[in-house]
Design a protein around this ligand. Structure first.
Ligand code: B12
Ligand code: SF4
Length: 500
């Protein structure tokens, strides 16, 4: 039996961590999660748990924050082992070169890999034969073991362990319960890691599918199990890429959800796979608000560069149907990829103005090595690698372009351009001004109002959540000394094409 501590710096209940914890617990291990904002003395809280293993969930940019803590924990706990998983080490083995911190990483889905890794550390046996695990060979070269097939039936997993998160009063007393019904996505957009995951996180076994859903019955049982212990939730938010992954699933969901769970919900949708029947099913199930990625107003950029699959017909057609069936909707948009000119970005403003969403989220394009477009950016030298923009995709841009200053300002003032009459010429003039706090506050105010009010998330919950995570969003830009890159992404096993 091992004691495993998940360390996190974003105040959110992470689906991946919840599932990993429940699998470990099912096999007799003791687990807990520790969120920086929720602990008075973070170092002491984790130390008092006396972990044998520290487990880090890491997205790129959010992977180094626990290193100073780990160095101190390792001094106190001589036997302590540290594993990192999630998108970052799944695409880059650089963390393994921090030999005083990281002992192993896991690529892709980690339920069984983590279980076997913990067992291997307990029995002091080799990591060489554990699929998905990577470690540093005695020669100092990182070794990535091959990948096992993804879990074909999500219902075989125990219910996600919410208790490690809901021990925190803030998370358990929110109105909205965060839930996932699926893994994967129908699309493979070039700015997103999911397209790469479909190729890279699978073994290539015949018939292996990356896009999977929990059965509707499992999902209803899972939620009712949570609600029986935490009855305060008033709404569900599905974090899935798209709840409309399969039309048949959605029809069954619309049948069973209202009777078996009955809570209203918000979700993401893929509008290129959505028809009126699906919208009716969503409405019948109790959906109050949907969100989809418009990303660019330019059809060329959206289709040819981002490979988003949303034609203009879909972009203008679906909102009319959503409105007809009284579903509020919000769009997600990207500013500042190398594919776009400033005029294209104003086209994104204009398209939003035309389709009249109930809210717009605007993120600044960021190149991840784990995305097709990001890989190109690195190869073609489109990134100022010495510019440390922090972990967030709301703060700044590292893309080398002459108008980067205007792009960042436009992202902050996007909602003014869309919603204020005469907003476009006003914002065209304002984006030339120096960056300032007022623009950031304007952006946050719109975001908060639309998220909390339009989607029904609850104004106070949302405000407090924003405060807890604000340092992660607006960490100031710094110049950094460039480390010697030891990325092994190019040499990593990439598996074969999955059937998706
Ligand atoms: C829901 C979601 C969020 C939610 C919840 C966070 C989360 N990651 O769970 C919120 C809104 C908070 C969020 C925020 C952000 N996100 Co996000 N998010 C997602 C999304 C859509 C689904 C994640 C999910 O729950 N999947 C289902 C679960 C079951 O899978 P999983 O999380 O991958 O977990 C499995 C493995 O990764 C692994 N694993 C997970 N945790 C751990 C921990 C250990 C110790 C180990 C060993 C293994 C392991 O095992 C799990 C089970 O098999 C993904 C896209 C995607 N489809 O993956 C983007 C994604 C993860 N997000 C991304 C980004 C960029 C962000 C932000 C930086 C955006 C921002 N605001 O600036 C922040 C960072 C927050 C953070 N601390 O990491 C990127 C990461 C890219 C990269 N290369 O790092 C992704 C891949 C989307 C993209 N653009 O490509 N996100
Ligand atoms: S639709 Fe969303 S989750 Fe799916 S590949 Fe595109 S950006 Fe990623």
């Amino acid at each position: 039996m091992a004691r495993v501590a998940f360390v996190l710096t974003t105040c959110h209940e992470f689906e991946g961590v919840k599932v990993l914890s429940s699998v470990l617990k099912k096999h007799g291990h003791v687990t807990d999660a520790f969120i920086t904002s929720e602990e008075h003395d973070y170092f002491r809280a984790v130390l008092d748990f006396r972990p044998d293993v520290i487990a880090i969930y890491a997205t790129t940019g959010q992977h180094e924050w626990p290193y100073p803590y780990i160095r101190r924990w390792k001094k106190e706990l001589a036997h302590l082992k540290v594993v990192m998983g999630g998108p970052h080490p799944s695409h880059d083995l650089e963390p393994l070169t921090h030999t005083d911190v990281i002992d192993a990483t896991i690529k892709g889905e980690a339920e069984y890999a983590l279980l076997e890794l913990v067992a291997a550390w307990e029995s002091n046996t080799t990591l060489e034969f554990i699929p998905n695990v990577a470690f540093l060979a005695p020669s100092g070269v990182p070794v990535q073991n091959p990948i096992r097939p993804v879990i074909s039936d999500l219902d075989e997993l125990p219910f996600p362990d919410v208790d490690i998160f809901y021990k925190y009063p803030f998370l358990r007393s929110k109105r909205v319960l965060q839930v996932h019904a699926s893994r994967g996505c129908q699309n493979s957009c070039t700015y997103c890691s999911v397209g790469t995951m479909k190729k890279d996180w699978v073994s290539g076994k015949k018939g292996e599918k990356f896009n999977r859903t929990k059965s509707v019955d499992y999902l209803c049982d899972e939620i009712n199990d949570v609600l029986a212990r935490y009855p305060g939730f008033r709404m569900i938010n599905f974090g899935d890429a798209a709840l409309n992954m399969y039309s048949g699933w959605l029809a069954e969901f619309a049948e069973k959800w209202p009777e078996r769970v009955g809570l209203p919900f918000a979700c993401n949708i893929n509008i290129n796979y959505l028809d009126e029947q699906d919208i009716i099913a969503l409405k019948r199930a109790g959906c109050v608000s949907v969100q989809f990625g418009l990303e660019s107003g330019s059809e060329d950029v959206r289709l040819k560069i981002y490979k988003k699959g949303y034609t203009d017909d879909v972009v203008f057609g679906i909102p009319k149907l959503l409105r007809k069936h009284k579903l509020t909707f919000r769009t997600n948009n990207i500013m500042g990829s190398p594919a776009e000119t400033l005029d294209d970005m104003f086209e994104t403003v204009r398209v939003n103005k035309k389709i009249k969403p109930d809210g717009c989220t605007v993120l600044i394009y960021r190149s991840f090595r784990s995305t097709a477009l990001g890989q190109q950016d690195f190869e073609l030298g489109r990134i100022d690698e010495g510019k440390d923009i922090g972990p967030s995709i709301q703060h700044d841009s590292a893309i080398i372009r002459d108008d980067v200053h205007e792009v960042v300002n436009l992202q902050k003032l996007f909602n003014v351009a869309v919603y204020v009459p005469g907003g476009i010429p006003l914002v065209r003039a304002l984006i030339r001004l120096p960056r300032n706090r007022l623009f950031e506050v304007t952006q946050l105010s719109f975001l908060w109002y639309q998220h909390a009010v339009v989607s029904g998330f609850g104004m106070l919950d949302d405000f407090l959540l924003g405060l807890k995570n604000v340092r992660n969003i607006f960490q100031p830009t710094r110049r950094k000394r460039l480390p010697q890159r030891v990325s092994l992404a190019d040499r990593m096993d990439t598996g074969a094409q999955a059937t998706v």
